[in-house]
Design a protein around this ligand. Structure first.
Ligand SMILES: C[S@@+](CC[C@H](N)C(=O)[O-])C[C@H]1O[C@@H](n2cnc3c(N)ncnc32)[C@H](O)[C@@H]1O
Length: 338
C-alpha cells in the first residue's frame, strides 16, 4: 500500500466544498483507523490518559489529543483553513509552518503535507507532552517523511523562543476548549504573537467569547444557533486584539492582563431566556468558521440560571485570566428584588 496516496484519498473529503456529514464521518473513521495502524500503540493506557498540568493550563493526555480528530467539523474547518492560508502565502517559497500542540498524529497538517511539494513548505512541529511526542516521532518516521523539511521539537509553546532568522509564516494551534477554559490556547498565542511580524497568519485567525442568552423551553438535544442571542463580546484572541493600537491596552497585555468588561443586561431583554451562557465562535481562516454548537469547541458554556420576572438589570463583570486553570472569570450581580 502506498501510504501517501492512501492518506490523500482518505482525507480528500475534508477539501470538498459541499459538506456531506455522512461522507465526512466515513472519511474521519478511515483517517483514524489508518493513523492507529501507523501508530501501532494502544493510547488508552495510564500514560496516555494523563493530562499534564502547567502553570498556564493543562496539556491533554495523548489518548484525549488523538480523540480530537472525531470532532468532525472542527477537524474539517481547521484543515481547510490551513490549506487556504498556505495558498494565501504561496508566493513565498518555502513557507514555514509552526504547528504548536500537534497531538500524536499532527492531525491537522497530515492531510496537507502530501498535497504539496517538499520544497514548498518547511514545518516545525511542537509538542509538550513527552509521550505524545514519542508517538509523533514514530508516526512521522513510519510515514517516510524524512525527505521533507520537518523539525520536531519537544517543548512548551507558551515559552518557546522563535528563531528570528527562521520566523514562521503560518502558526497553527488548536489547544482550546469551549469558552477558552482549562487549556493553553491564549498563553500559547500570546507568546508566539509577541515574537513575529504582523503578516504572520495565525490559525485560528480569531476566537471570540460573547456573553449570551439561551431561549427558555428548548430541550438540550434540540438546541440550535437560533436559540442563542449574543449580548456582548467580552474577549477576543486575534493579532488585532493582542496588538492593539492603543498604547495603554498594549501595556496591560504585555503584562498578561486582559481588559475588564462590565456588561449590563436590562430586564426587558431577558424575557423568554432562562440561561446566561458564554458563547465561543472561531474564525479559523477567512470564511472557514466554526459557529455555535458546530463543535465541542463552540458549545455554549452555561454560567447562570436567569430568575423569572427580574425587575432590574443583570450586571456581569468579566475578565480573561491566565492561570493553572485559565478561563473567563465572571462575577454576576443579581438585583436585590429577585
Ligand atoms: C487539543 S489537542 C489537539 C491535537 C491536534 N493538534 C488536533 O488538533 O487534533 C492539543 C495538543 O496540544 C498539546 N499542547 C498543549 N499545550 C501545549 C504547550 N504549551 N506546548 C506544546 N504543546 C501543547 C497537547 O499535549 C495536545 O497534544
Amino acid at each position: 500500500m502506498d501510504i501517501r496516496k492512501e492518506i490523500i484519498r482518505i482525507t480528500s473529503e475534508y477539501f470538498e466544498d459541499k459538506l456531506d456529514f455522512q461522507k465526512l464521518s466515513n472519511a474521519s473513521k478511515e483517517f483514524k483507523s489508518i493513523l492507529n495502524v501507523i501508530c501501532g500503540q494502544d493510547l488508552d493506557i495510564e500514560e496516555g490518559r494523563k493530562d499534564i498540568e502547567h502553570g498556564n493550563g493543562k496539556a491533554l493526555g495523548t489518548f484525549w489529543a488523538a480523540l480530537c480528530l472525531d470532532d468532525l467539523l472542527r477537524t474539517r474547518q481547521f484543515i481547510r483553513g490551513i490549506d487556504k492560508a498556505i495558498k494565501d502565502k504561496r508566493k513565498k517559497k518555502p513557507i514555514h509552518i509552526l504547528y504548536a500542540g500537534t497531538g500524536p498524529f499532527a492531525t491537522l497538517i497530515l492531510p496537507i503535507i502530501f498535497r504539496y511539494q517538499k520544497e514548498d513548505i518547511k514545518y516545525t512541529l511542537l509538542e509538550v507532552n513527552p509521550f505524545t511526542f514519542q508517538i509523533l516521532q514514530n508516526v512521522i518516521s513510519k510515514l517516510g517523511l524524512k525527505e521533507f523539511d520537518i523539525d520536531l521539537v519537544n517543548n512548551d509553546a507558551t515559552k518557546f523562543k522563535i528563531d528570528s532568522k527562521n520566523e514562521p509564516d503560518i502558526i497553527i494551534s488548536e489547544t482550546m476548549q469551549n469558552a477558552l477554559a482549562k487549556e493553553q490556547q491564549v498563553p500559547i498565542f500570546l507568546n508566539l504573537m509577541r515574537q513575529v511580524k504582523l503578516d504572520t497568519i495565525f490559525i485560528p485567525e480569531k476566537i471570540e467569547l460573547h456573553l449570551g442568552l439561551k431561549k427558555a423551553g428548548i430541550p438540550s438535544e434540540e438546541l440550535q444557533i437560533k436559540h442563542f442571542n449574543k449580548v456582548e463580546k467580552v474577549f477576543e484572541v486575534s493579532k488585532e486584539s493582542m496588538f492593539p493600537q492603543k498604547q495603554s491596552e498594549k501595556q496591560s497585555i504585555i503584562k498578561n492582563s486582559f481588559p475588564k468588561k462590565k456588561t449590563v443586561i436590562e430586564s426587558k431583554k431577558l424575557k423568554g431566556f432562562n440561561q446566561l451562557v458564554i458563547i465561543t465562535e472561531i474564525q479559523v481562516f477567512k470564511n472557514e468558521k466554526i459557529v455555535i454548537n458546530e463543535s465541542g469547541l463552540t458549545t455554549p458554556l452555561f454560567i447562570q440560571e436567569i430568575p423569572k420576572n427580574l425587575k432590574d438589570s443583570l450586571i456581569i463583570d468579566t475578565q480573561y485570566q491566565i492561570s493553572s486553570e485559565p478561563k473567563l472569570e465572571y462575577k454576576i450581580t443579581l438585583p436585590n428584588n429577585v
